[in-house]
Design a protein around this ligand. Structure first.
Ligand code: FAD
Length: 423
């Protein structure tokens, strides 16, 4: 039975433009999925608006932050991803959303370049690092939210290796004191990689493992609150084996050039400080007149649309999707960004066929965290894993993503590169 045409589809189908703002995990996935399905359709246009020429695959950042990966390992060039797909990439930023005229304003550095009309808009502008107003923190810590951050950590490390190499052995631990603030997944990944790889790096500078101090500071009493207790304990044992000193239960109160002060009065030497304590939704979204929750993420319905706007989808970290079973907002994770984007692409295709969009099934099937290039922990379908099986599962998620957005060639090339690093 043919359905009666809906109001949108009753209008001439020439020039239906799907605009996607943000080319991270969510935006790139949505554009690839739509591009593959709409190849050959002259009545639908897909435009991705993203300021960077490449997607930064943030979940692979730890391998760049300490080495051995080069920056390119986390970068997916958009021109290559969309080479054979009907997706136009506009290298710019969305500066405002104008629901009344179904358009977005595009520009950068305060200069407006133009307006782009949309039939459907997908907002996927992600999140940024959140640094709390602790005195000295923003000034002295490097955050971990971009390839540039990862390179900055590498640079600071290199400077300290050179400084330490010129010092008497007794003074070296001060110069080689690395502190990571934040015992969530990102902090654990960074500290684990530091602890495993730094001893090899400093060796080439004539320095020894005993010269290093690596600490993880977490204000709450424990680390990795999203994971079961048994996995947290295993992680703590693993970090202890790697020589990481774990300091929990006291918040950072002040940071100076080479020291971190805690609320309990302790003072820690810290020549290189990394802050992995939080993230917040990309703040410009708050200026777009859409409903946001208290944390600044945009509120969405069960089909990932902005309430009151039938033609605006919001996906990925910027979206505050509430799990219908738990009532909790789903965490900022690549796995959700990718799944929301895949589902949204399907919903847009449904709407093109005049069918109703379906709710996003937000249940979590598993989560994996690495602590160094060769060790991980996590769970899937109720089964806890640690060590090599967990790291294999974590790296497999990368391979699946490369396969999905870049095809078999990219997946094979990157997998080879990754396997070399595991040795
Ligand atoms: C170090 C680190 C490790 C992580 N590890 C994991 C992990 O192991 N597993 C996991 O599931 N998740 C992990 N995450 C979280 C994961 O990376 C994010 O959840 C994911 O990146 C969200 O995807 P997104 O597309 O919503 O946003 P992003 O990937 O951040 O992309 C947003 C894009 O929007 C663009 N943009 C911003 N503003 C505008 C604008 N106004 N106009 C146009 N474009 C704009 C940005 O340039 C960016 O390219 C990690 C995050 C970090 C920082």
């Amino acid at each position: 039975m043919r359905q009666a045409p809906c109001a949108t589809c009753a209008t001439p189908s020439v020039g239906k433009r799907i605009v996607i703002a943000g080319g991270g995990y969510a935006g790139t996935t949505a554009a690839v999925n739509l591009g593959r399905k709409l190849k050959g359709r002259s009545d639908v246009e897909i435009m991705l608006i993203e300021p960077n020429a490449h997607q930064q695959a943030l979940s692979e950042l730890d391998l760049v932050a300490v080495g051995p990966a080069r920056a390119e390992f986390c970068e997916l060039w958009l021109a290559r991803v969309f080479k054979n797909l009907p997706v136009t990439v506009c290298y710019n930023r969305v500066t405002s959303v104008n629901p009344a005229s179904h358009s977005v304003t595009v520009g950068s550095h305060g200069v407006t370049t133009g307006e782009v009309d949309y039939w459907r808009l997908v907002l996927a502008t992600g999140a940024v690092a959140f640094v709390p107003p602790v005195p000295g923190l923003a000034e002295h810590a490097v955050t971990m939210w971009s390839v540039a951050d990862a390179q900055e950590l590498q640079r600071r490390g290199e400077v300290q290796f050179r400084v330490a190499a010129k010092l008497d052995p007794i003074d070296r631990p001060r110069a080689l004191s690395f502190t990571v603030i934040g015992g969530g997944a990102t902090g654990i990944e960074i500290v684990g990689t530091l602890a495993e790889l730094l001893p090899k790096r400093i060796h080439t500078f004539g320095l020894d493992r005993s010269d290093l101090r690596i600490r993880l500071v977490e204000g709450r009493p424990d680390i990795l609150y999203d994971l079961p207790q048994q996995l947290r304990e295993r992680t703590k044992r693993h970090l202890a084996k790697l020589g990481v000193e774990l300091i929990t239960g006291s918040m950072v109160s002040r940071v100076e050039r080479d020291t971190v002060h805690l609320e309990n009065g302790s003072v820690i030497d810290s020549s290189v400080l990394v802050f992995c304590g939080g993230a917040k939704a990309e703040p410009s979204a708050l200026e777009w007149g859409l409903e946001a929750d208290a944390s600044g993420r945009l509120v969405v319905s069960e089909v990932c649309k902005a309430p009151g706007y039938d033609d605006i989808y919001v996906v990925g970290d910027i979206s505050a999707f509430r799990d219908t079973e738990t009532g909790r907002t789903i965490p900022m994770l690549a796995q959700f960004a990718i799944r929301e984007a895949e589902h949204t692409a399907k919903n847009i295709l449904r709407e093109l066929r005049c069918e109703q969009p379906t709710p996003f099934p937000s249940g979590m099937h598993g989560e994996f965290v690495s602590a160094g290039p060769r060790w991980g922990i996590g769970w899937m379908f109720g089964l806890n894993l640690s060590g090599i099986p967990a790291i294999i599962m974590k790296r497999l998620t990368y391979v699946l993503y490369w396969l999905q957005v870049g095809g078999i060639l990219l997946a094979v090339r990157r997998t080879r590169e990754m396997l070399k690093m595991q040795r």
